[in-house]
Design a binder for this molecule. Structure first.
Ligand SMILES: NC(=O)c1ccc[n+]([C@@H]2O[C@H](COP(=O)([O-])OP(=O)(O)OC[C@H]3O[C@@H](n4cnc5c(N)ncnc54)[C@H](OP(=O)(O)O)[C@@H]3O)[C@@H](O)[C@H]2O)c1
Length: 325
């Protein structure tokens, strides 16, 4: 690692640590899943990336509320371990595993087709799966790896499941973003690697900004359908999200982890958007880790940018040639 790269890594780490401390001391935590009476008997929910971290606790909560809970995981083995754990903890036999590699549009299409064939309804879709710290690379489908995983896969999956969600309305779509979207920018040429991202973890921040822009445009298009779409920041959470970082950053974050939220705490704002009575009629909004409505960055509120991103995403994922919208 050269000196400028190391400084950018350390600078980034320092910013996140300061933010972690601030957020930790600012946590109000007024809403708690265990105080919410929402029962999901007869409802179906999908959580992507449900085998670890925030996604696993979200799936656990939905299963505890008796939802038919579909864990969408790329590894059958890791997914099966999570499934057994959730079934044991909740006693809900309606917890299922379906394999999904969200970075592959072919896998997303196969998964969506399977859901449309097997499921009668879909009430909650939580787009949670994500990666951070990956070096620049292009998938076999010509998409930038981090943007494909964190944004394009969720974009395609959501669109392919919209019909069944509209038929099941009221239904909710929840997109897990991040406070790091504030440092993100959108250049649609990054999606296919036509222009290369240069600074460390820029793709991650950009993908989290895209999550919010996608949510805004989706909510606009879904007006009057009974399907809502919201995005949120889970906070700074001690999970496996740092696994692709170098040893020095992993060590720093490991030490600072005592200030971070647990994965269970980090799941709260996602669960709030998915099940709370308070959020039932809210759409197109962004919530912070205390489940409070906040304004995202100015870029995240730019409708023109959201539309441009949508159109380019439609083209890149092939949705434009046979979409459900
Ligand atoms: N932790 C934080 O501080 C923080 C802060 C802000 C936002 N977030 C967001 O929270 C979400 C969950 O992250 P986390 O912190 O819980 O991290 P995590 O423990 O690493 O969980 C990420 C999940 O996404 C899955 N995933 C990754 N790539 C995938 C792919 N190609 N296909 C399907 N699943 C895939 C992972 O599966 P594998 O086990 O197979 O890798 C894992 O289950 C992410 O969207 C992240 O950006 C986290």
């Amino acid at each position: 690692m050269d000196l400028s790269c190391l400084c950018s890594h350390l600078g980034w780490a320092l910013c996140v640590l300061v933010l972690a401390l601030l957020l930790r001391t600012r946590r109000k935590g007024s809403w708690h899943p265990r105080l919410s009476p929402t029962d999901l008997t007869g409802k179906t929910a999908i959580v992507t990336g449900a085998n670890s971290g925030i996604g696993k606790y979200v799936a656990l909560d939905l299963a505890r509320r008796n939802a038919r809970t579909i864990l969408a995981c790329r590894s059958r083995e890791r997914g099966q371990t999570a499934l057994e754990e959730i079934q044991r903890a909740t006693g809900n036999p309606q917890v299922l595993l379906r394999v999904l590699d969200i970075s592959s549009m072919a896998s997303v299409r196969h998964f969506a087709q399977q859901i449309r064939q097997e499921e009668k309804r879909l009430d909650i879709l939580v787009n949670n799966a994500g990666v951070s710290g990956l070096p620049f690379s292009i998938t076999s489908e010509g998409l930038e790896q981090t943007l494909a995983t964190n944004y394009l896969g969720a974009f395609l999956l959501t669109n392919l499941l919209l019909d069944i969600m509209k038929e099941s309305a009221p239904a909710r779509i929840v997109n897990v973003s991040s406070f790091t979207h504030h440092q993100g920018t959108v250049n649609v040429k990054h999606l296919s690697g036509q222009e290369k991202i240069k600074t460390f973890n820029e793709s991650y921040k950009n993908s989290k900004l895209m999550n919010i822009l996608f949510t805004q445009e989706l909510a606009r298009r879904l007006q009057g359908t009974g399907v809502t779409a919201n995005s949120l920041n889970p906070g700074i959470v001690k999970t496996g999200i740092m696994r692709h970082f170098n040893w020095l950053l992993r060590l720093l974050f490991g030490i600072a982890g005592i200030f971070f939220m647990s994965a269970e705490e980090g799941a709260v704002s996602t669960i709030y958007c998915a099940v709370s009575e308070e959020a039932a009629d809210i759409t197109g909004k962004y919530f912070d880790s205390d489940c409070v409505l906040v304004l995202p960055s100015a870029a995240a509120r730019d409708p023109g940018l959201a539309r441009k991103l949508w159109e380019e995403s439609e083209r890149l994922t092939g949705l434009a040639e046979g979409s459900s919208m």
